[in-house]
Design a protein around this ligand. Structure first.
Ligand code: DSN
Length: 438
């Protein structure tokens, strides 16, 4: 056998091992989800080999007859789901969606306000010195929104003060970006919209994490609360393939379209756009039930962990109103070590900086927290009583210091009955089944 053939075979072995692992594991990473077999089917089509630069029916390539119809359908479904006047489904990820926002509504050197990363902001909102997209790629000056550490939400008065100070310095924000990577509670957009409107800022909202919750009517509705532009990814609580999108109002359509193409995408991953269309149809049909259960599971999970001795943040407000919550894990180790121990028991989650970690001298590789999300386990059919079992597995590893290998056996056994994707039209193929078409 040639070396090339061996390497070729190795790739498929890795796929199979990964699929088998996830079949047996508890996927609790808040930014991930499992798409339906229908979405996986879309990803394997010839749409993924084509180009379609431009807007549907105004392309600069031939061969787009069916692709155009699909993209227009995707736009129609997404408009319905989010009650949006204008939708661009071409940005290929959440980061690219934010770059479309920055390109359309700001110039390099402008001031933007967003949450810092340890307080829930995303790397795409980061400052230049940190290598964040906003600063390092679009040269924005990033100033921070104020977070109330106890409430795990924006501090409205302190944020207003910061805007006032920026105005006094002659550097008013041109853009404010609410939302982010960890915000368990709806942001107070209504309370802050006027402040930003008065200084001439565009008001935007990064819904990458909560897009599904918004679509299902279970969180907040940024477009109705004063937001001009919503950016999103399509694979977290909105359970589609990995992709991006921008929602807005007709008055901003031209700016956004131009920033996307020719600004930031050439090929916009047409197989993924098709997968988004499928996921939107599933969301319209099953979204309310799915997100209601996702939030119930997150609350029940937080409570079960709290009762077992974990320092789950925001206990006084029910831990979360979304799919995500945080644990201060410093009683038992650091986030990095705990993440690795749990992974050995097939419990997959991520280490996470807590709002006070940088001041406490902690590094992002060994932060004080872990982040948990219930989007994927809910898609697999788990409910509140299952969350109690998952909390018990975590306690055995983290608090009781039981051998992760023995817990892993029980996790695998527990996972056996959760092999199908729920909240979709068709689920004949198991969630993590490796499908061979060679
Ligand atoms: N960094 C991802 C998250 O885990 O929230 C989103 O891009």
């Amino acid at each position: 056998m040639t070396t090339a053939r061996k390497d070729y075979d190795t790739v498929f072995d890795l796929f199979k091992q990964h699929h088998a692992w996830f079949r047996d594991a508890l996927p609790l990473i808040a930014s991930e989800n499992i798409p339906s077999p229908a979405v996986r089917e879309a990803l394997a089509t010839d749409f993924g080999n084509r180009y379609a630069e431009g807007w549907p029916e105004e392309r600069v390539y031939a061969g787009c007859t069916y692709i155009d119809q699909m993209e227009l359908l995707c736009i129609r479904l997404m408009k319905k789901l989010f009650k949006a006047e204008f939708v661009d489904v071409r940005p290929i990820s959440g980061v690219v969606s934010n770059l479309v926002l920055y390109t359309a509504f700001t110039d390099p050197g402008d001031v933007m306000m967003a949450l810092p990363i340890p307080c829930g902001g995303h790397i795409s909102m980061g400052k230049k010195r940190l290598g964040g997209t906003a600063g390092a790629v679009h040269d924005l000056i990033v100033e921070y929104l104020a977070l109330d550490h106890n409430e795990l939400n924006l501090d409205v008065d302190k944020t207003k003060d910061r805007v006032e100070k920026l105005v006094q310095k002659g550097k008013p924000p041109k853009l404010v970006l609410f939302g982010g990577s960890v915000f368990p509670f709806p942001h107070p957009i209504r309370e802050l919209a006027e402040t930003f409107r008065e200084v001439g800022a565009t008001i935007a909202y990064d819904a990458a994490h909560v897009a599904g919750l918004i679509a299902g009517g279970c969180f907040q509705d940024p477009l109705r609360e004063g937001v001009d532009v919503v950016t999103l990814s399509t694979h977290k609580t909105l359970f589609g393939p990995q992709h991006g999108g921008v929602l807005s109002w007709d008055r901003y359509a031209d700016k956004i379209k131009r920033a996307t193409f020719p600004g930031l995408v050439s090929n916009h991953h047409l197989h993924a756009v098709a997968g988004v269309a499928i996921a939107c149809a599933e969301m319209i049909e099953f979204g309310k039930a799915y997100v209601t259960q996702t939030v119930r599971n997150a609350k029940a999970f937080g409570q079960a962990l709290y009762e077992r001795g974990f320092d789950v943040l925001a206990q006084h407000k029910g831990f979360t109103e979304s799919h995500v919550f945080l644990i201060d894990i410093t009683k038992y180790g650091d986030g990095g070590t705990i993440e690795e121990e749990l992974e050995r028991a097939n419990v997959i989650l991520n280490r996470n900086l807590l709002p006070w970690d940088i001041k406490a001298g902690r590094h992002f590789m060994h932060p004080g927290g872990i982040r948990l999300g219930t989007s994927e386990v809910t898609r697999l059919g788990m409910c509140e009583s299952d969350m109690i079992e998952v909390a018990e597995f975590m306690k055995r590893v983290v608090i009781d210091k039981e051998d992760p290998n023995s817990v892993k056996k029980d996790v695998t056994e527990f996972r056996r009955e959760f092999q199908k994707v729920h909240f979709c039209f068709e689920n004949t193929t198991e969630a993590y089944k490796y499908v061979r078409i060679r």
